[in-house]
Write a protein that binds this ligand. Sequence first.
Ligand SMILES: [Zn+2]
Length: 257
Amino acid sequence: MNTEQKQLIISFHDLHPGSWEACKGFIERCQEFGANKMSLLVIPQYHGAPPFTENPEFVSWLQSLSSDDFDLCLHGYYHHAERVRGGWFQQMKGNVYTQGEGEFYQLSSEQAQEKLEAGMRLFHPQDLTVHGFTAPAWLCSEEAKQTIRDTGFLYNTLWDGVELTSSNIFIKAPTLVYSSRSAWRRIVSKLWINFFHAYNRNAHVLRFAVHPIDFSYPDIEAHLYSVLEKALSNRTCATYRDLIPLDQQTPVTLAAS
Ligand SMILES: [Zn+2]
């Protein structure tokens, strides 16, 4: 790919059988805009629901996606945190900011390893290749970050950028993301995204993160596509995996180890 050109990484967060329809609709609309590449952030067992592998149609659909255009990224395990430990700051971050979704926020290395392995044990037998990881709400303890590096994930996406684990390079990449869960957040989100998009117009890599809940609100959905169209006018679409040189794109083999 042309690395000189400014890039847009579109990611669909929180993909699981329950959000599959929203994801398919989004992919179709993106393709109408000429956006053919996307990273899909898959949750192995969303909020304790059966593992996604128990839905064979969903698995076949994932398998049918072109691996050049789609990059599957492991996104937590349950996407739900245990009780948040610590003082007001940790409580704010873990409970108010994320609504208790920060599953990797306070994990030890052992706990992180257990969840990463459990996730990969679902992907691996289905021949679904995974190259990277994104923690729910981008909250990740230092121990978990190290475990992600040690267990063969080639990238870990964080709030402000992407860590390429093998080369130890951090790529600064601002993210446009809506907060759709209340009316005031939706109003502020649209204003914020307009501002933040303009502010980061020269960023080499810009990320656009959508969540299934965004499609429950027509005003957010309309805004989202207008921002996308604008971003695509001067950026090339890429996936997270595209940030890694082709000859180094080795899928995670955790389950086989
Ligand atoms: Zn998420």
